[in-house]
Design a protein around this ligand. Structure first.
Ligand code: NDP
Length: 287
């Protein structure tokens, strides 16, 4: 067989991007399957994004991840946007189909897969509450709506951000998503079955911050999820565990968005456990 020194390339484009751990889990997955693929973590300033995407095309790369601040801006440079990414209005993963660059969003799908696989819950027909109205919330709210939740409430501090988001996502997903302003301690109602913190409260370095929620009326089956993955054991999840509630940490969403990306790029079955272990090791967390 003739030698082949040509590696397939994927990358993460962002700014700042140096602390993004996704490369560690993708590289581990490539190695585990013996693939000659490389995942590059590349700092790209906003003014250079278009050139960077032209580079993706010129290098014949197999795909890219986009992170802050490129998730919305990249859409104008792509050939096609997947339907759910179009609803979310942001792209975190690009896959290449021949010469065509297709924008996907795996953040909300990754969250949903964690709910199914790690928490063992099917959200269809459930009553869900999402705290926050930023990018993570848009992705999670969209996928929960598309997954057929019965009721979806967004609770957010600023109405000016949440109201247009809720109106837009409700129209696009055909679900009567509701909004409630976050005033003081939010008391989680007894009929809620899924609660998601999609705010940045509790994110490193502000690790002692806790979203102002009150679990005193919560059902013992309420699944409490946190999008914050650094640290994975947030004050919110600690408080939920103390009440004996089931929890799902932000590492689950992070791993599964990568798992789905790997599958989109390679078409192969991802080595999920390898990816989970590599991510935890990259973040300095024990297994
Ligand atoms: P954004 O900056 O887009 O949104 C932040 C949200 O948090 C807003 O709704 C904001 O409310 C709210 N918020 C921030 N501080 C406070 C506060 N003190 N009190 C009340 N509300 C507050 O961030 P993202 O949506 O991009 O990210 C949110 C979190 O999700 C981050 O921790 C991020 O790391 C995590 N994330 C995790 C992923 C994973 O794979 N696990 C993937 C993507 C994100 P307001 O509108 O009132 O300002």
């Amino acid at each position: 067989m003739p030698a082949n020194f040509l590696a397939e390339l994927v990358a993460c484009l962002g700014q700042p991007v140096a602390e993004n751990p996704t490369g560690a889990m993708q590289e581990a997955a490539f190695q585990a399957l013996g693939l000659n693929w490389r995942y590059l973590t590349i700092e790209v300033p906003p003014a250079k994004l278009h050139e960077a995407i032209l580079g993706v095309r010129a290098f014949g790369m197999r795909g890219v991840n986009l992170t802050i601040p490129h998730k919305v801006a990249v859409m104008q440079y792509l050939d096609e946007i997947a339907p759910d990414a179009a609803v979310i209005g942001a792209v975190n993963t690009v896959r290449c189909d021949g010469d065509r660059l297709i924008g996907e969003n795996t953040d909300g799908k990754g969250f949903l897969r964690g709910v199914h696989v790690d928490a063992g819950l099917n959200p269809r027909g459930k009553r869900a509450i999402v705290l926050g109205a930023g990018g993570a919330s848009r992705a999670i709210v969209t996928e929960l709506a598309l997954a057929g939740v019965a009721d979806l409430l967004v609770v957010n501090r600023s109405a000016s951000r949440a109201e247009p988001m809720v109106a837009q996502l409700a129209a696009k997903t055909q679900l009567a998503i509701r909004f409630q302003p976050w005033v003081g301690n939010y008391r989680v109602p007894a009929d809620a079955e899924i609660l998601v913190n999609a705010t940045s409260i509790g994110l490193y370095p502000d690790v002692n911050a806790m979203p102002p929620v009150d679990f005193s009326e919560a059902s013992p089956n309420l699944l409490v999820c946190d999008a914050v993955f650094n640290p994975p054991e947030t004050r919110l999840l600690e408080a939920a565990k103390r009440r004996g509630l089931p929890v799902l940490d932000g590492l689950s969403m992070l791993v599964y968005q990568g798992v789905i990306g790997f599958q989109l790029w390679t078409g192969l079955h991802p080595p999920e456990n390898v990816m989970k272990r590599a991510l935890r090791a990259a973040l300095g967390i024990g297994c």
